[in-house]
Design a protein around this ligand. Sequence first.
Ligand code: SAM
Length: 244
Amino acid sequence: NPGLYIVATPIGNLQDVSARAETTLRSADLILAEDSRVTSKLLNHLGIRKPVAAYHDHNAEKVRPGLVAQMADKAIALVSDAGTPLISDPGYKLVRDARAEGHMVTSIPGPCAAIAALTLAGLPTDRFLFAGFLPAKAKARDDAIAELGAVRATLVFYESGPRLGKSLAALAQGLGEREAAVAREISKTFEETVTDTLGALAARYAETPPKGEIVIVIAPPGEAAAASDTEIDAALADALERLP
Ligand code: SAM
């Protein structure tokens, strides 16, 4: 059927492509990819030969109207280099405009590094805030961290190996000592998850930047740190009442 298909692809292990993702790509009229070289690896693996067009941050504005118009009679699949499109990847404006034109929009869910990392960290998952990549510049990065300090939720960041040490140091500085996890190369040969306090993780990765793709998961602020004045007053009153 014509419309827009948001297709999640593997984040490393090609076996993670779902049966429905495969069927959808096989029957699509056009596949939109961030980088056609990356996507052709997956398509070759599946033995799929379909027209692939580029849809990335640098051409999206220009090509979007034409693509949306084509959705009236074509099945168009959007993929990204890895994982779920739109998650720290292009696509939300394409979905928005496709909807505005009344086209069918559907999602073929699958791998997502943020969700996989949450399942590995052993930290609370009932409330989490996905913060994507921290800004590259120190001032903007520290401001972003300060803004997240009071959020009572597990925090999830995407990161690259070379930047990991500096980011962890800034996070330890800005958020204080919290339990955290560094999940690396999920679903690949050298998958590894290291859990420790932020400070200890910062020290560990300060010298030797690890290789590969990384997700940082950080515990919510501790109960003591997050207690409000009212909660502290109530606890004090309670303690005073129990005093002999
Ligand atoms: N859309 C993707 C998703 O659904 O996870 C994320 C795209 S974002 C541009 C790329 C970042 O995702 C990497 O820098 C890394 O932080 C994270 N990532 C992707 N694959 C990963 C993997 N196999 N292991 C750990 N992190 C990964």
